[in-house]
Design a protein around this ligand. Structure first.
Ligand SMILES: C[S@@+](CC[C@H](N)C(=O)[O-])C[C@H]1O[C@@H](n2cnc3c(N)ncnc32)[C@H](O)[C@@H]1O
Ligand SMILES: [Zn+2]
Length: 379
């Protein structure tokens, strides 16, 4: 295999050379490496600088880049694993040059997690993390980090696959990116609560083709009960943009939409609790300038956005609202300022370019957009 040296953060490691004419990912090389995931890895390294866990497991590591970076850039002890012997050989070679407290294993991730406990576990599979969540929920002592790249099932584009994998119904709405993230987190929550354990999200986001969550794991029955209380549904009107949040794991009965009278349908069950620990986000923003990250600018932008987002479980696409009203969409900043002026918190959301997260009810946003159009027509 041909190798190429790559640097991410302050860590330099070998990656396989890809055939540049092949669509990527997963590419042609025997061992997987996706440079576009640098942002995802940067975020985890930043968080781990703060958390400083005892032993971190990179359960499916490919080149080992994630675990290598954690060892080198945070000083945390790591276990780096891949079931593929070619990948494990590459990780071993990389571990020698990078240095730090690193143990390399070549095992099935589930078998490894069933036989040993780790302070922090990171799941970064091809596609869905579901086959690994049960073992991870038992093995992780304090932290569980999960990536999912099966966005089509999670967002409702492949509805049946989503229902089978996540035991939840996503639906394809304009806020499908948030539903996808919350469905993935709901799957983690369900695996934890069955072992009387609970979770508290610290840093969660959707980006490009993946979802990522970092949660604190709590080993108490009371935490498991509190986690169950955060499972629920968004009841979405089949006809208009109205939706309501309903917590509880039992499928709610459809009700009539108060805006148009049509029936609502449930999206979920999914995680309806907070996505972030805002105190942690604030301290990550403070630490960020002292670190060496290739994606620092983007990280700063996302952390600022996540910090500002109110904890609603869905968002509006204001272009869709304007289109439904058959009027023009106002400029985003003007509309956000206008909604804030009338006492409703309203901000951009990282989930979508034309998405807004707001505590305002749908009719208030519609009224504001209608009013803005009327005033504009008078000018
Ligand atoms: C998406 S890649 C990991 C990427 C890597 N974490 C990174 O940041 O570049 C998924 C890896 O999981 C490995 N894998 C798949 N199933 C596994 C299993 N059951 N146990 C351990 N490793 C597995 C594959 O060999 C592959 O290298
Ligand atoms: Zn309706």
């Amino acid at each position: 295999m041909e190798y190429r040296l790559v640097t991410e953060g302050s860590t330099t490691f070998e990656t396989p050379v890809q055939d540049e004419n092949t669509l990527f990912p997963p590419g042609t090389a025997q061992v997987f490496y996706n440079a576009r995931m640098e942002f995802n890895r940067d975020m985890t390294v930043l968080l781990l600088v703060q958390l400083r866990p005892g032993l971190y497991l990179d359960a499916m590591a490919a080149t080992g880049v994630r675990g290598l970076r954690v060892a080198h850039e945070t000083g945390v002890s790591v276990v780096i694993n891949d079931h593929d012997p070619v990948a494990a050989a590459m990780i071993t070679a990389n571990a020698k040059t990078v240095g730090g407290s690193i143990r390399v294993t070549c095992d099935d991730a589930n078998r490894l997690m069933c036989g040993e406990r780790f302070d922090a576990i990171d799941l970064d599979p091809f596609g869905t993390p579901v086959p690994f969540l049960d073992a991870a929920a038992r093995s992780a002592k304090r932290y569980l980090f999960v990536t999912a790249t099966d966005t089509a099932p999670l967002c409702g584009a492949h509805l049946k696959a989503g229902i089978r994998r996540y035991f939840a119904t996503p639906r394809n709405t304009e806020y499908h990116a948030e539903v996808g993230l919350r469905m993935m987190m709901g799957a983690s929550a369900r695996e934890l609560v069955k072992y009387d354990r609970g979770m508290e999200p610290m840093l969660s986001f959707a980006k490009n083709h993946y979802f990522r969550s970092h949660v604190r794991v709590l080993g108490r029955v009371s935490a498991a009960d509190a986690t169950m209380d955060q499972i629920g549904f968004v009841m979405q009107c089949k006809n208009c943009l109205y939706r309501a949040e309903q917590k509880g794991s039992l499928l709610p009965a459809p009700h009539s939409c108060p805006c148009c009278g049509a029936e609502t349908e449930p999206i979920g069950p999914m995680w309806m609790g907070p996505l972030q620990d805002k105190a942690i986000l604030a301290s990550l923003l403070e630490t960020l300038p002292s670190m060496q990250f290739g994606t620092a600018k983007q990280m700063h932008k996302l952390l600022r956005q996540l910090l500002a987002e109110p904890e609603t479980c869905s968002f509006y696409d204001y272009h869709v609202i304007a289109k439904n009203l058959r009027v023009s969409p106002p400029a985003m900043d003007e509309m956000l300022a206008g909604l804030n002026d009338i006492g409703c918190s309203a901000v951009r959301t990282h989930f979508a370019v034309t998405g807004i997260k707001t505590t305002a009810p749908l009719h208030a946003v519609e009224d504001w957009i209608r009013c803005w159009n009327e005033k504009r027509n008078l000018r």
